[in-house]
Design a protein around this ligand. Structure first.
Ligand code: 5GP
Ligand code: MN
Length: 320
């Protein structure tokens, strides 16, 4: 590990220009990692490209360097760092064949696609890895970088609630608070505050909620988005709400994207691992939280995904 950090330190030290890239449909950890590491590198005198293939939610617009987020890579660039991506598909089409120098991630499904792969599966967030390792890479923390990094940790752990929240997670949060971050303010803004439209969308999702044994699922389609005037094509974090249902081990949320693509999100508790299931649908993630974008009509995808998810739960029951 020490050797890996030294390699990263050297590669960054030798670079004048660095691109930091995270995944399509970015969550708080993707945005926090790009803004956080990008800010640290900027403060170390590097010319930085902040890249998110789908841009970033306006929730983060008050953060430093938000305005510098681009959706494309501009060559030439000395070093490419990919953050919070388990495979290269997650970078959309920004790389265009360009090799990745450094891969920093916490997904167990990571495909180790870079020259230097720092994949810490026990870390609760990529932002946590950056926070705790920055000093090994010759980068000092700052308040401007601490804010997005804290947002990344808060959102990936749903406010320190996920089972992968460890003493290291809290140590990282403590380091960031010492930089002067307003943790409770960020907690409210990134996790609790919701638009009226997103709560209306929840209403539609809750209306469609179904349950079969220890599996519960729901569906959101274009009609639901229009009825609630919700502009995104995500689940507005309905997954986090459904994951709290008692007596359920797996929840699945299906969000129609277009006539032939459906975003599928799995959340699991009680030790059920849905990551391999997501990989089998060309997605990925963590044991308790995974996702995939699946080709097919909404009905087809629901049938296939529920079929496979029920099989997983049946196999598990056999083992118990
Ligand atoms: P969500 O369901 O909220 O989109 O994502 C849950 C977890 O699964 C996150 O860790 C996310 O990075 C991962 N994930 C979601 N969609 C995909 C996907 O299409 N491919 C991969 N590799 N991971 C995904
Ligand atoms: Mn993450």
């Amino acid at each position: 590990m020490r050797d890996l950090h030294q390699q990263i330190r050297q590669v960054l030290a030798d670079a004048a220009t660095v691109a930091v890239i995270a995944h399509v449909r970015p969550d708080g950890d993707a945005i926090g990692s790009v803004l956080g590491l990008g800010t640290l590198l900027t403060e170390a005198g590097k010319q930085v490209q902040f890249i998110l293939p789908d841009g970033a939610s306006a929730l983060y617009k008050h953060m430093a360097h938000y305005d510098r987020i681009q959706t494309r890579l501009q060559e030439p660039v000395d070093v490419v760092v990919v953050l919070d991506c388990s495979d290269l598909l997650r970078t959309g089409d920004v790389l265009n064949g360009r090799k990745v120098d450094i891969n920093i991630d916490h997904h167990p499904t990571n495909e180790l696609f870079a020259d230097i792969n720092l994949v810490e599966v026990e870390a609760a967030a990529t932002s946590q890895i950056i926070t705790l390792c920055a000093q090994h890479w010759g980068l000092g923390l700052s308040k401007t970088a601490a804010e997005p990094l804290m947002a990344g940790i808060l959102t990936d752990t749903i406010g320190f609630r996920t089972s992968n929240t460890t003493a290291d997670t809290l140590r990282a949060a403590a380091l960031l608070m010492e930089q002067g971050v307003d943790m409770s303010g960020l907690y409210y803004n990134t996790l609790l505050k919701r638009s009226y439209q997103s709560v209306k969308l929840w209403g539609r999702g809750l209306e469609h909620l179904q349950k079969d044994g220890r599996l519960a699922w729901t569906v959101l389609d274009e009609d639901d988005r229009q009825a609630s005037r919700y502009s995104g094509k995500d689940d507005a974090e309905l997954t986090a709400l459904l994951a709290t249902i008692k007596g359920v081990d797996v929840i699945v949320v299906f969000v129609a994207q277009d006539d032939n693509h459906v975003k599928v999100s799995w959340r699991a508790t009680n030790g059920v691992d849905v990551s391999n299931l997501a990989v089998s649908f060309n997605g990925g993630g963590h044991a308790p939280a995974s996702g995939a974008t699946v080709e097919g009509t909404l009905d087809e995808v629901i049938e296939r995904v529920l079929g496979e998810t029920k099989k997983l739960l049946q196999e598990r029951r056999k083992q118990d």
